[in-house]
Write a protein that binds this ligand. Structure first.
Ligand code: FSX
Ligand code: SF4
Length: 372
């Protein structure tokens, strides 16, 4: 913990097998994620190296499958997770930390006490409200842990559809009363800001871009009414799908195992939920930007959407209320309007901030942050 000089930062990375060149490559990727040109890479590198304090982070796990942790530690390029973990001070993550049991738990609460008001709290998994003991860690329920951690945190990043909207365990009849973090803490009268990053699991690029936005600009990214960053969740999969031309021309896969499937036609008729799913999957893909569900021939099941298990059940049946072919859906119109209004705005703001030298600085710019 604490301040590191630029060269100490690079030395620590090198000890983890990450060269300065890798770090600069990461800064180039970061610039792209933030909607900036590659020319900003050195500025981002400088901002990261001169950060006055490594922000303290706790990562809490509740009801989930640990897929979001898996997703994060297998982040885009092999070195990304190492760099992010060097930038942040990850004080608690029970799945990856060496300590276990009482020692780990003590570490969590010591951190919460010491860093009160400065903490970034990442949450993976849903809160059990009807059967609180369904998730009990160190003698405390998820409700108790979340309440205490939320009160001490500066911001909460809910990763994955479980933490944002309850996920798998909230599927009907939801015996444990699983809810997302934001719904739970608001019911307790806690107003800590929450950023929701849905996806089952969360896409690691979305975590990294959100964290970088927060660290470099010292503010939350602009959020939509579901507390999702608008630049990441402002358009539907259908808006940017490479099979969209087939949809518009009425060329569909009617059954799997046919020549239409081989030809890569639109998957709408075999259940694709892309028209109702807000996600940047078509741009960021998965597994080191190798491929994604639709690219591999699987219809989107809408895992970025709240309550998709119930809302989109009968996954291989066509989504109702979509006009075909050639007529845009209402989801399209909403997606296009939001994307146009926000994506450009975020990039413009970042460019203006960087030009003013905000990256990594404080003072005057912070005032403006609070006003927004
Ligand atoms: Fe949930 Fe994370 Fe789904 Fe799993 O742990 S978002 S069950 S794939 O991945 O929280
Ligand atoms: Fe792509 Fe699905 Fe839309 Fe077809 S329905 S264009 S496969 S998102």
């Amino acid at each position: 913990m604490g301040k590191k000089t630029g060269s100490e930062f690079i030395k620590s990375l090198e000890l983890k097998g990450v060269s300065r060149r890798d770090f600069l490559k990461f800064c180039g990727t970061a610039a792209t994620m933030l909607g900036l040109s590659q020319l900003y890479a050195p500025k981002i590198a400088n901002a990261i190296e001169s950060m006055s304090k490594r922000p303290p982070v706790i990562w809490l796990d509740f009801m989930e499958c640990l897929g979001c942790t898996e997703s994060f530690i297998n982040a885009t390029h092999p070195e990304v997770d190492k760099i992010i973990l060097e930038i942040l001070s990850l004080e608690y993550h029970e799945a990856v930390m060496a300590a276990a049991g009482d020692k780990a738990h003590k570490n969590l609460w010591d951190t919460v006490e010491r860093e009160e008001g400065e903490l970034i709290c990442v949450v993976e998994g849903a809160i059990a409200t009807k059967i609180p003991s369904a998730i009990t860690i160190g003698g405390m329920t998820s409700m108790q842990i979340m309440t205490r951690a939320a009160k001490a945190s500066k911001a909460i990043i809910s990763v994955g559809t479980c933490a944002t909207h309850g996920g798998t365990q909230a599927a009907s009849p939801n015996p444990t009363g699983a809810v997302g973090v934001e719904e739970f803490i608001r019911s307790q009268g806690i107003n800590t800001p929450v950023i929701n990053l849905p996806g089952c699991p969360v896409n690691p690029e979305n975590i990294i871009s959100t964290i970088l936005h927060y660290l470099l600009l010292e503010k939350l990214p602009p959020l939509d009414s579901m507390s999702r960053p608008k630049n990441l969740y402002g358009a539907t999969i259908h808006d940017n799908c490479p099979r969209r031309g087939h949809f518009d021309e009425g060329r569909f896969v009617e059954t799997f195992g046919t020549k239409e499937e081989v030809l890569g036609y639109c998957l709408y008729k075999v259940g694709c939920r892309g028209p109702s799913t807000y996600s940047n999957c078509p741009e960021v893909l998965w597994n080191n930007r190798q491929n994604w569900c639709i690219g591999a021939g699987a219809p989107c099941i809408g895992c970025f959407e709240p309550h998709f298990w119930d809302k989109f059940k009968d996954f291989y049946k066509p989504l109702p209320d979509v006009e075909l072919p050639g007529v845009k859906t209402s989801a399209d119109k909403i997606g296009i309007a939001i994307a146009a209004a926000t994506a450009g705005g975020v990039a413009a703001h970042l460019i203006a901030s960087a030009a003013k030298g905000r990256l990594g600085k404080s003072g005057e710019d912070k005032k403006e942050d609070k006003e927004e």
